[in-house]
Design a protein around this ligand. Structure first.
Ligand code: 4NP
Length: 156
């Protein structure tokens, strides 16, 4: 594990429309709003490309807005090989995401990869896919992402 402050992080889920856009927005809000730390590269991507170019899911946009965060300007993109050299940290929301990240990880990668909950909080918590759920599931994802973001911010 790197001990110096990290400079960049990529949040990854399956579709890059529900969980990882929220993580990108919430983590930026924690770093810049709560910690007053600027200049960190924060982005998100999906392991699949089904929604490339789309805005985040309306339910993610809504729950973010309810907590004072605007993620409507984000556009979905798929995880790319270059990401493993551009980012210090690449974090999956659940273990399936982490497996998909590691399956794509080139041998020359410089990024540390892992589970968001494990790297941020030292526990095994996974952030569940809310796509087929209700707005209440998105609120639950928001709260998990906020807790993990506050933990992760200590490494920046
Ligand atoms: P996400 O949620 O991985 O949190 O963005 C999903 C979004 C879309 C799909 C699955 C999960 N999908 O199957 O289209």
């Amino acid at each position: 594990m790197k001990t110096h402050p990290l400079r960049s992080v990529l949040f990854v889920c399956l579709g890059n429309i529900c969980r990882s856009p929220l993580a990108e927005g919430v983590f930026r809000s924690v770093l810049e709003g709560e910690r007053k730390l600027q200049g960190v590269l924060i982005d998100s991507a999906g392991t699949n490309g089904y929604h490339t170019g789309e805005t985040p899911d309306d339910r993610s946009i809504l729950v973010a807005r309810q907590h004072g965060i605007d993620i409507s300007g984000q556009r979905c993109r798929q995880l790319q090989a270059e990401d493993f050299h551009r980012f210090d940290l690449i974090l999956g929301m659940d273990r399936a995401n982490v497996a998909a990240i590691q399956a794509r990880c080139p041998a020359s990668a410089t990024a540390e990869t892992g589970l968001f909950g494990e790297i941020a909080l030292g526990d095994a918590s996974q952030i569940p896919d809310p796509y087929y759920g209700t707005q209440a599931d998105f609120e639950r994802v928001y709260r998990m992402v906020l807790k993990a973001s506050r933990g992760l911010s200590k490494r920046f």
